[in-house]
Write a protein that binds this ligand. Structure first.
Ligand code: ATP
Ligand code: MG
Length: 632
C-alpha cells in the first residue's frame, strides 16, 4: 500500500464532511473497510456489550509501517487518494482519511500492526488525542485495532446510544452486509464471547450468503446474472412467494460498496410487479458493477449513498436482470413435510444451529445413510438433533455442503445427526416396504382432476406429484393476463345500459379518463349531472354489478391522480379479474374445472395471482412416501 500522507487543504475540503462515528457499528464498519482495503483475507470482529465497552478487529492485511502509525491517526491522512482528481474514480472503500482520527478522538484505541517486510511489529495507544510512543511488539503481518470505552469523553453521545442488544444488532447487520459482499474473505464475528457466524472465504457467494443468513433464506433465492449497456447485475433475489414483510433484506452493492438507493429498490420492485402481495417486499443481495466514473460515492459522510450518473441505464439493467431471473424460475411452492422436523421438539425462539464440521465427509458412503455433523449453537448444546439432507448427487452439490466444514472451535459443540436420502432411493420401485402394486401415474403432461377440497382447492395428479390449485387465485391470474393481452379488442354491448351516479370528484375523475376506460373494454359516456352511462363492458364482466365496479374504479382514479397510465390500467384489470374469477366457496361444474386446469397447466407464466398469492402448491410423491414411512 502507498505511504500515508495528510491531504492538502483543497482536496480535504472537497470531501463530504460530517459525523463519521455515530455509534459502535460505525467503528466496526470503518475498521473492517480499512482491513478490506489493506487486502485482508481473514477478518475477525469481536465485541462486548454491543461494542460500547470493547471492539476488536483483527486482519491479515498489509499492515502499517512504523513511521506511518502516528500519521494514520491524523485528520485527512490517507494512503488511498492523493489529489482531488482521484475523487472522481474511487476504487477503495476508504478515501477521506477521517476514520481513525475521529475514532481516536472519542475512545481509547490500541493498535498492533506489522507491515509486510518489517521484522518487528508496532504497538501504539491513543486516547482522546493523547498518544504513546510506538513501541516494538511481536505480531504477524496484519493489523489489530481495539477500541475500549467508546464515547467515554462525550457523555452526551453515550446517552444517545441504544441498549447493548440493539447496538450489537446494528454491528451484526453491518458485518452481514460486508461479509456477503466479500465471499473471498473469511469473516468471523464473535459477540460477548459467543461466535455468531463465520464465512469460509472460498469465493462462493452462495456459501457466504448461507453462512450469514442461514439455510432457509438461501433456499428461497434465485440467481440473477445480467448485463446491459455496461452495467452488470448479479447476485440473488428471492422467489416472489418468499417476499418479506419489510425492505430490511434488500441489499444492494455498487462496485462492492453497500448502498441505500431508492432507484435500485424501485427497479427491483418494478420487476416483481403483479407477483407480490401488498405489504410484501422482495429481498435481494444484488451487486452492480459499473464504470467508477459513473458513480459518485463522495456524497455523504457515511458513504452509503451514491449518485448514479446514468439512472435510466442502471434502472433498466436491474429491472431486466431481475425480471429474467423471475421468468426463468418455473418452480412451484412445495407442500413441505419434513418428518424429522415435525417430530422433533420445536426449537427455542432465536436458537440457531451452525453446522461446523461434517464427520464423515458427506461424499463418503455410510452404512446407515447418515453422517454426523458437529454443531455449535448459541444456547446449551443439544445433541442428537436430526435434520434431513439429500445426499449430494454431483460434485458441485457436494461442494455446497463442503463449506459447512469450516472448523471453528467453540465450547458449545453438539452433534447433529443428518440423514441423507437420495431422490432416486425415494422412487417407489425401490421402496422396501412396498406391498400393494401402485396405480400407474398419469402419463407425462396428462393430469387427473381428483376433485375439489373446501370448494376452493382443486386436487390434481400429474406425473409424480399432487397439486393443490387455488381456483380463485389461478382464475384471477388467467383473466388478468387475458385482459392485459387483449386490451380494448373485446367488449360486449349491454342490452340495458347502466347509469352510475358518482360524487363530484369521482365523476370528474371518470369523465377525464374515458379513453382509459375504453382501453379497459368499457364504453362509458358522460350522462351529465354527476352521472355516467355504461353501454358496453368486457364479456367476462357482463353478469357483475357494474355500478359497484365503476364506483370502485372511480374512487381509485380519485386517489391515484399521479399514477402513470399503464399502472392505472393494470389496477383496473386486477379489479376486473378479481370480480370475474370463480370464487372460493362457489360450486364449479366439473367440466369447467377440467378445462380450467388444462389451461393453467399449459402455461408456466402463471405462478401467483395478481396480488402475489401462490396459485399452485405441489406435493411430490417422494415426499408422500416419506411421510408414510414407505421410504426413509
Ligand atoms: N487495517 C489496516 N491495515 C492497513 N492500513 C490501514 C488499516 N487501517 C488504516 N490503515 C491506514 O490508515 C489510513 C487512515 O485510515 P482511515 O480509515 O482513517 O482513512 P481512510 O481509510 O484512508 O479513509 P476513510 O476515512 O474514508 O476511511 C488508511 O489510508 C490506511 O493507509
Ligand atoms: Mg478507512
Amino acid at each position: 500500500m502507498p505511504r500515508i500522507h495528510v491531504l492538502d487543504k483543497a482536496t480535504a475540503d472537497k470531501i463530504a464532511a460530517g459525523e463519521v462515528v455515530e455509534r459502535p457499528s460505525s467503528v466496526v464498519k470503518e475498521f473492517v473497510e480499512n482491513a478490506l482495503d489493506a487486502g485482508a483475507k481473514k477478518i475477525t470482529v469481536e465485541i462486548t456489550d454491543g461494542g460500547k465497552s470493547y471492539i476488536r478487529v483483527a486482519d491479515d492485511g498489509c499492515g502499517i509501517v512504523r513511521e506511518d502509525v502516528r500519521v494514520a491517526f491524523k485528520s485527512h491522512a490517507t494512503s488511498k487518494i492523493s489529489t482531488a482528481d482521484d475523487l472522481s474514480a474511487i476504487g477503495t472503500l476508504g478515501f477521506r482519511g477521517e476514520a481513525l482520527a475521529s475514532i481516536a478522538a472519542v475512545s481509547r484505541v490500541e493498535l498492533l500492526t506489522c507491515a509486510e517486510g518489517e521484522s518487528v511489529g508496532t504497538l501504539y495507544r491513543i486516547e482522546g488525542g493523547e498518544d504513546s510512543e510506538p513501541e516494538d511488539a511481536g505480531c504477524p503481518v496484519g493489523t489489530t485495532l481495539v477500541v475500549r470505552d467508546l464515547f467515554y469523553n462525550v457523555p452526551a453521545r453515550l446517552k444517545f446510544l441504544k441498549k447493548d442488544t440493539q447496538e450489537g444488532n446494528y454491528i451484526a447487520s453491518v458485518l452481514e452486509r460486508i461479509a456477503v459482499s466479500h465471499p473471498s474473505v473469511a469473516f468471523r464475528f464473535i459477540r460477548d464471547s459467543k461466535p455468531v457466524f463465520s464465512t469460509a472465504g472460498d469465493g462462493s457467494l452462495k456459501a457466504a450468503v448461507y453462512a450469514v443468513f442461514g439455510r432457509e433464506f438461501t433456499s428461497q433465492l434465485l440467481a440473477v446474472d445480467g448485463e446491459s449497456n455496461g452495467v452488470r447485475v448479479f447476485g440473488y433475489t428471492v422467489k416472489p412467494i418468499f417476499c418479506k414483510g419489510s425492505r430490511a433484506m434488500q441489499m444492494f452493492y455498487v462496485n462492492g460498496r453497500f448502498v441505500k438507493s431508492t432507484l435500485l429498490l424501485s427497479a427491483l420492485e418494478a420487476a416483481y410487479k403483479n407477483s407480490v402481495m401488498v405489504g410484501r417486499f422482495p429481498a435481494c443481495v444484488l451487486f452492480l458493477t459499473l464504470p467508477p466514473e459513473t458513480v459518485d460515492v463522495n456524497v455523504h459522510p457515511a458513504k452509503t449513498e451514491v449518485r448514479l450518473y446514468d439512472e435510466r441505464r442502471v434502472f433498466d439493467a436491474v429491472y431486466g436482470a431481475v425480471q429474467s431471473a423471475l421468468v426463468a424460475d418455473t418452480s412451484r411452492p412445495q407442500a413441505a413435510f419434513n418428518p424429522a422436523k415435525a417430530f422433533a421438539p420445536a426449537p427455542e425462539k432465536g436458537e440457531q444451529l451452525h453446522v461446523s464440521q461434517i464427520t464423515p465427509a458427506p461424499n463418503l458412503p455410510t452404512a446407515d445413510n447418515t453422517a454426523r455433523f458437529t454443531v455449535k449453537e448459541y444456547g446449551a448444546p443439544q445433541s442428537g438433533t436430526e435434520d434431513t439432507f439429500r445426499r449430494p448427487s454431483s460434485p458441485e452439490e457436494g461442494k455446497q455442503l463442503d463449506f459447512l466444514e469450516d472448523e471453528y472451535n467453540t465450547p458449545n459443540v453438539a452433534t447433529l445427526k443428518v440423514t441423507f436420502h437420495d431422490e432416486t432411493a425415494a422412487a417407489p420401485e425401490q421402496a422396501p416396504q412396498q406391498t400393494a402394486p401402485e396405480p400407474p401415474a398419469a402419463p407425462e403432461a396428462e393430469f387427473r382432476l381428483l376433485g375439489e377440497a373446501f370448494k376452493t382447492y382443486l386436487i390434481v395428479e400429474q406425473k409424480n406429484k399432487l397439486m393443490l390449485i387455488d381456483k380463485h387465485a389461478a382464475h384471477e391470474r388467467i383473466l388478468f393476463e387475458k385482459f392485459r393481452a387483449e386490451q380494448h379488442s373485446s367488449s360486449q354491448m349491454l342490452l340495458q345500459p347502466v347509469t352510475v351516479t358518482l360524487s363530484a370528484d369521482e365523476y370528474a375523475a371518470v369523465t377525464e379518463n374515458l379513453p382509459l376506460l375504453s382501453d379497459a373494454g368499457y364504453d362509458v359516456s358522460d350522462f351529465g349531472d354527476r352521472t355516467v352511462k355504461v353501454s358496453a363492458c368486457p364479456p367476462e364482466l357482463a353478469g357483475e354489478d357494474l355500478t359497484e365496479l365503476i364506483t370502485e374504479i372511480a374512487s381509485y382514479l380519485v386517489n391515484n391522480v399521479r399514477t402513470v397510465m399503464p399502472e392505472k390500467l393494470d389496477w383496473i384489470y386486477h379489479s376486473m379479474a378479481c370480480r370475474a374469477a370463480v370464487k372460493a366457496g362457489n360450486n364449479t361444474p366439473p367440466q369447467e374445472m377440467e378445462h380450467f386446469v388444462r389451461e393453467l397447466l399449459a402455461r408456466d407464466d402463471i405462478r401467483t395471482c395478481p396480488h402475489g398469492r401462490p396459485v399452485i402448491v405441489e406435493l411430490s410423491r417422494a415426499d408422500l412416501e416419506r411421510m408414510f414411512r414407505r421410504t426413509v
